[in-house]
Design a binder for this molecule. Structure first.
Ligand SMILES: [Zn+2]
Length: 300
């Protein structure tokens, strides 16, 4: 009897140790498999590295007094990001902060697992923190209409980094620039990275894409459109030598990676301006389409 009980206990213990933690349970979506394609990590410049997957960005900053990670991609990306951190020779336990661009499942989904694995604190904008604690978007998010499809592992606690505020760790001071539009809490982050005497302005650019769930129209709120345009203008004005967009496909990251080992290959002082110009055009088009469909509706 005792042996059977022991055997049962052992079986139970092994079942638990192999059980997948809930915070890495994969989210299924049309783009998720493509987004989660593995990517070898690489140095962007100085103390800053790309550690994301092929389709979703994540950045590591080695401050000399601990690591900062930007974004966690999908829940199923977290083990890949953790592996990329180790591949670069860093310890997961040295991650002090995980900061978020915006609270959608494809950028915030992996943060709970990364925070659990590393013991790091989580930081976000005021409205971003609100959504991270909920584990879904806030009601005023343009994609709120997707309902349950917006869910991701909820986070608690989340530290708010105010607009224009900075977080200092070791040799790095990273600044939060609130860029609402794609979500109410969207945040672009900037910091300086140096190699010897040479320092460059790094920008982790949040999405500026006007994307809405059915039923939502940006043009219904002139205040929101004005705010969105101000965010786009703000990104265009940033001191920006190397830009990493939250979706690498929105920039030239991988094309430049192919260009060899020149440490300056990611430097592109026009990247933020080009990124903003494309976003301005897209927002304009979205508003024009909304107006067109409104005319059609009224004509019916
Ligand atoms: Zn998004």
């Amino acid at each position: 009897m005792q042996r059977t009980a022991l055997l049962l206990l052992a079986l139970l213990a092994s079942a638990f140790s192999y059980a997948q933690p809930a915070d890495v349970t994969p989210i299924e979506c049309g783009n998720c498999a493509r987004w989660n394609t593995p990517q070898q990590p690489f140095r962007l410049f100085g103390n800053s590295y790309y550690i994301g997957t092929r389709g979703l960005s994540a950045v590591l900053i080695d401050t000399g007094a601990g690591l900062i990670v930007l974004d966690g991609a999908l829940p199923q990306s977290a083990p890949r990001i953790a592996e990329n951190i180790r591949t670069l020779g860093f310890e997961l336990e040295d991650v002090r902060w995980v900061l978020n661009s915006h609270a959608h499942f494809d950028h915030a989904g992996g943060i709970a697992a990364l925070a659990r694995l590393s013991g790091a604190r989580v930081g976000a904008s005021t409205r971003g923190a609100e959504a991270l604690r909920l584990g879904t978007v806030t009601a005023d998010d343009p994609q709120a209409g997707y309902g349950a499809g917006n869910a991701f592992p909820a986070l608690e606690p989340v530290t708010v980094i105010v607009d224009g505020g900075t977080l200092t760790l070791g040799n790095t001071r990273i600044r939060a620039h609130y860029t609402p539009g794609h979500t109410p809490g969207s945040t672009t982050w900037s910091w300086q990275s140096c190699e010897g005497e040479r320092c460059v302005a790094m920008v982790y650019a949040d999405s500026l894409n006007a994307v809405a769930a059915p039923g939502f129209r940006f043009s219904d709120s002139p205040t929101r459109v004005k705010q969105f345009r101000a965010s786009i203008a703000r990104v265009a004005r940033l001191h920006c030598d190397i830009m990493v967009p939250v979706h690498p496909e929105f920039g030239e990251l991988f094309a430049r990676l192919e260009q060899g080992s020149d440490t300056l290959r990611f430097v592109d002082p026009n990247a933020c301006r080009r990124y903003a110009a494309a976003a301005r055009k897209r927002l304009q088009q979205t508003i024009a389409d909304e107006t067109d469909s409104a005319h059609v509706l009224r004509a019916k």
